[in-house]
Design a protein around this ligand. Structure first.
Ligand SMILES: Nc1nc2c(ncn2[C@@H]2O[C@H](COP(=O)(O)OP(=O)(O)OP(=O)(O)O)[C@@H](O)[C@H]2O)c(=O)[nH]1
Ligand SMILES: [Mg+2]
Length: 335
């Protein structure tokens, strides 16, 4: 928390702080690679490849960037080693601004696994109109920062003068309710819960009824995240989607998958499962602060075809930033 006389760091500064380790891993190493070199030769490209992989861009994404850079070198559009930083920056930005565009340049572009899917249009700043609340499911495996992200989301919507309501539909884990209750109390918002072990769909039903009655919006739904009962978990999520859609037109309007940035490429596999079964519309990438694996942002955008909606940059409620590809790239590459 910041004292009354303390200036809160701006949005961009907070993002810069959060990506400092990734920047050291990725961009500052780029400088080292090209230092004293007179040409972009195979040695430079090999070192670049290793650097991108170490920053967790993943093998596929790294390969695509390398292919495109080599084509530029061949066409003599890219000659000087000192141009490499800007060239990588441009490639990263292109990948982030076109989620799901895995594959080669023009003509070979296709959607990521899971078939064709339009990137979700986030309704982040638009209050629901008419037929009931906006319904936001928050999904993801255990420990990735789901509950904290829900509190942060609630805070974000409060700042926009909306009245979020929390639905404690992770009835699987006994302590899940308590943690969410603490946040709800701190934020001064309504929480709907039942006994541990209750049917999550029943909690959701109650939450939607309550939100409609009290004009709460959005309804942010915590869900269970155990993967060892994967089939049950996915069936449960599907059932909750059906209930939501029956009670509120078009619900769930967002299904946000929480991924822990510190797990790097492992997070991608989880994401594929959830995308397939739970109709994920966007990503919240947590714990971007203090990881040098922030390059996973690029791999997620390219391989999943899902927009990153928010990034988590700390443990406090205000530590959730709406994600913007250009700002992210600038925070990394800016001198
Ligand atoms: N540094 C940092 N820590 C975070 C961030 N998001 C969550 N955390 C921390 O990660 C830990 C786990 O967060 P939770 O929100 O409890 O995670 P969860 O997914 O709900 O966990 P379970 O309910 O146990 O499955 C907590 O200590 C959080 O404070 C983030 O963006 N940055
Ligand atoms: Mg939790």
């Amino acid at each position: 928390m910041f004292g009354a006389n303390e200036k809160k760091p701006g949005f961009f500064d907070r993002l810069k702080q959060a990506v400092a380790s990734t920047k050291a891993q990725l961009v500052e190493r780029l400088e080292t690679i090209t230092e004293g070199k007179t040409a972009i030769d195979q040695g430079v490209l090999d070192e670049l490849e290793a650097t991108l992989i170490m920053a967790d861009l993943g093998v596929g994404t790294t390969g695509e960037i390398l292919t495109r850079l080599k084509a530029q070198v061949k066409a003599q559009k890219l000659r000087e080693p000192r141009q490499l930083r800007a060239a990588v920056e441009q490639e990263v930005l292109t990948l982030l601004e076109n989620p799901g565009c895995a594959g080669g340049p023009a003509g070979d572009r296709r959607r990521g696994p899971g078939g064709p899917s339009e990137p979700a249009k986030p309704r982040a700043d638009k209050p629901a109109r008419g037929g009931g609340p906006e319904v936001i499911f928050v999904v993801g495996v255990n420990g990735v920062g789901k509950t904290t992200s829900i509190a942060k989301l609630a805070h974000y919507y409060l700042q926009q003068n909306r009245r979020p309501l929390l639905a404690a539909a992770d009835t699987f884990r006994a302590a899940a309710n308590e943690q969410l209750e603490i946040w709800a109390e701190r934020l001064g918002i309504q929480i709907i819960e039942q006994k541990p072990g209750a049917d999550p769909a029943a909690v959701l039903f109650d939450a939607l009824a309550s939100a409609k009655k009290r004009n709460d919006d959005p309804v942010i739904v915590d869900t269970a995240g155990r993967l060892h009962t994967k089939d049950n978990l996915m069936a449960e999520l599907e059932k909750m989607c059906r209930i939501a859609g029956r009670e509120v037109a078009g619900a769930p309007h967002q299904v946000l998958l929480v991924i822990d940035a510190t797990t790097g490429q492992n997070g991608l596999q989880q994401a594929r499962e959830f995308k397939e079964h739970a109709g994920t519309t966007g990503i919240i990438l947590t714990k971007l602060d203090g990881t040098a694996k922030g390059g996973v942002v690029v791999a997620i955008a390219r391989e999943l075809g899902l927009p990153i909606q928010f990034v988590g940059v700390g443990e406090k409620v205000e530590d959730l930033l709406p994600f913007n590809p250009r700002e992210f790239v600038e925070s990394l590459f800016e001198a």
